[in-house]
Design a protein around this ligand. Sequence first.
Ligand code: PMP
Length: 408
Amino acid sequence: MGIFDTHAGLAARYQAARAAGRMPTGVVMERLLSASEAIIDGRRVVTAGTHNYLGLAFDEACIEAAVAAVRREGTGTCGSRIANGSFSDHVALERELAAFHGMRHAMIFSTGYQANLGVISTLVGAGDFLLLDADSHASIYDACKQTQAGAIRFKHNDPDSLDARLRRLAGEPGFKLVVVEGIYSMLGDIAPLKAIVEVCRKHGAYLLVDEAHSMGVLGARGCGLAEREGVLDQVDFVVGTFSKSLGAVGGYCVSNHEQFEILRLACRPYMFTASLPPATVASTRAALAAVQARPELREKLWSNIHRFHDALSAAGFQLGAAPSPIVAVRLESEAATLSMWRALLDAGYYVNIGLPPATPSGESLLRCAISAGHSPAQIDGLSARLISLAQAHGVLPNARPRVALGLA
Ligand code: PMP
């Protein structure tokens, strides 16, 4: 008996999969070459797993801003926001994020995970209720464990299911906080936000939207789903991350609620961890400026998304959803998914993988993340390789002939 015995089942499953070949958890990016290429195992590979949706992780202005900041202010703040770790750039970034979303208040966190964990668990407590979509990200589920509020799941992307749950809580005096995502991270599907807003208003529930994957991607100004749906003024809290469209690391929450600033004195994942380093804050400010000044990045991203989604749909793949930067190829067998993932890597394409229990409904997924940083040739190369591998694995029974797809 030992302290790791509780993980014996997981270890056995991993060893069995490892025996069949390389595993995603073992992949090392030996060198990054650009927003869309890296060296893995000494070979050049197209990266289609990173959430660097606008390619800004390699943007010259963002890099220069980070380099200047590290020279000016050092490598780290060595303190939390409540003790020597608030620099003027942190405050400036908060001001810019609030203005970007048209909200009065903004708080930044060291990761998006901590933003969800901190904001959700601080807003609701004993006697309150947290209503979360069944496909919510781990950071939202983990927030439930940090609060004594009752956690209730509703069916994924189903406003009627949310309505039914809230109706049952009608007599309860506690606050109700509904949490949804703009674009869901596993399948890439988009929340029916207008209908969700209506249900929340009907029941007097607060609404938090996690725009981790939709900020920079959706909306005329790139604010996310709430902007696209014209409901930004009806959302109580927007959470976002710097680790996707903004190409860095960190998270934030914006709100119009007057008392929002009290979270700075109550939210433990904000208070008791070091603040973001100067280089990260500087590159994020430059990236946020680029999201606003360069809409062509978003146009290029969407052109790549449609190109890829169209090719895979025409080939007969079962995809996760309507087009979004996360294109999830749904496969029935875990073994075929791992085998295709390995073959793709051997062929020079890195994508992500989603396996049960981390996936909705226990499906296995090849999760491709599309970026404005991809060239059309890289997108076509990836789709062609996916199609030929799926045919070789017998997982694409309805495929049209390759010649018809122009991929031969
Ligand atoms: N929310 C969602 C929906 C996410 O997918 C993620 C990360 N994948 C996060 C929050 C956490 O973001 P971060 O990487 O900044 O911790």
